[in-house]
Ligand binder design. Structure first.
Ligand code: KG4
Ligand code: ZN
Length: 353
């Protein structure tokens, strides 16, 4: 028996089957990167149409890969938010229809909770733990106390960190998605080559900001290109300097979150990093260095579980089902859906949950 997970909140269409003890029976992700590439970012209308086109076939493939049939599905979990509303409606409606037809429980999954819980697949990480969620849509530090229980320590007041990578790559002519392209370009560049700002560094608390860094980058690129095209040999240095600035900000904010964690718990010393940006090896190495210096252990889910996927949705379904947290077929799609609603109400942060 397994939970079927369906993900359609952004530009990946995904379906997976995961058992109650965390075995992945099927894991199918269809990226729409090619469809969005000409526009340099995700186009909601194109994404929604692509989800409609791909999803049914993906679910059929997931069942085939698992050598399962409909009778093996014990519950259906689908992402209900936060995300692009058109895509969410596709996955949610499909999930509800399947649950109704199979007469099995339905679970409306919060995409952020799925990222948060993905590190527990395989049973290694115990509650509570600190989560740094760094993706194209989010940049947050949260304490994961339990399934359905989160304290948000900080979030971005403007851009998400993956979004900053994507915009920087566009400026440097490196294409989309920007994160992997910047990481590649940065390998041959000097991280100290260009003096870029580190927004929020040294400030109290755990909020993030990246718009000032982006603006500084625009000016730097303009300065370096001297009215013409940016010389290729400068791209690596700028990419490396940008990545270094982002790393400094992430480390500074995470160190403050460690202090907060120590004040609240005398035993919980685990940092989990999740979301697409967690695939960045340089940033991972720097976070590992910070953890070692501060007496925390670091857990990063495997790269394919860091970027959007169906396995994490199915696993969140497993975790919620085991606590009796199922949903009615009335569950709405939600463009915004903060994990910590109280923190999201606070002024000055959280515009994008
Ligand atoms: O979690 P994800 O797949 O989708 C969202 O929920 O947003 O994250 C995608 C984001 C993109 O902004 C992409 O540029 C970034 O993660 N990303 C990276 C790397 N790989 C993906 N950023 C930095 N370095 C990478 N290696
Ligand atoms: Zn995501």
């Amino acid at each position: 028996m397994a939970v079927l997970g369906i993900e359609t909140s952004c530009d990946e269409t995904a379906a997976a089957l995961v058992t109650a003890d965390g075995r992945i029976l099927a894991d199918i992700v269809r990226s729409q990167i090619e469809a969005h590439r000409p526009y340099g970012g995700v186009v909601p209308e194109i994404a929604a149409r692509a989800h409609i086109e791909y999803l049914d076939g993906l679910i059929a493939r997931a069942l085939a890969e698992a050598e399962a049939d409909w009778g093996d599905i014990e519950a259906v979990a689908a992402t209900a938010g936060p995300g692009l509303i058109g895509g969410l409606m596709v996955g949610l409606t499909t999930g509800k229809a399947l649950a109704a037809a199979l007469a099995k429980p339905f679970i409306a999954v919060n995409h952020l909770e799925a990222h948060a819980l993905s590190a527990r697949l395989g049973g290694k990480v115990a509650f509570p733990y600190l989560l740094l969620l760094v993706s194209g849509g989010h940049c947050q530090l949260l304490i994961v106390e339990d399934v359905n229980s989160y304290t948000r320590l900080g979030t971005t007041v403007d851009d998400a960190v993956g979004e900053a990578f994507d915009k920087a790559a566009k400026l440097l002519g490196l294409g989309y998605p920007g994160g992997p392209a910047i990481e590649r370009a940065a390998r041959t560049g000097d991280p100290g080559a260009h003096d870029l700002p580190r927004p929020m560094r040294g400030r109290a608390g755990c909020h993030f900001s990246f718009s000032g860094l982006k603006t500084a980058l625009v000016h730097e690129v303009r300065r370096q290109s001297e009215g013409g095209d940016l010389p290729a040999n400068r791209v690596a240095g700028i990419a490396a300097s940008f990545q270094a600035a982002v790393g400094d900000v992430l480390l500074d904010r995470t160190a403050n979150a460690f202090t907060e964690m120590r004040a609240r718990y005398d035993y919980a010393r685990t940092l989990v990093v999740a979301g697409g940006v967690a695939a960045n090896e340089t940033l991972r190495a720097r976070l590992l260095g910070l953890c070692e210096a501060e007496g925390f252990s670091l857990t990063v889910p495997p790269a394919r579980l860091c970027t959007d996927n169906g396995v994490m949705i199915a696993w969140a379904g497993v975790e919620r089902l085991s606590r009796g947290l199922t949903d009615s077929l009335e569950a709405p799609p939600r463009a915004r859906w903060p994990l910590d609603p109280e923190a999201a109400k606070a002024p000055g942060a959280g515009a994008r949950e």
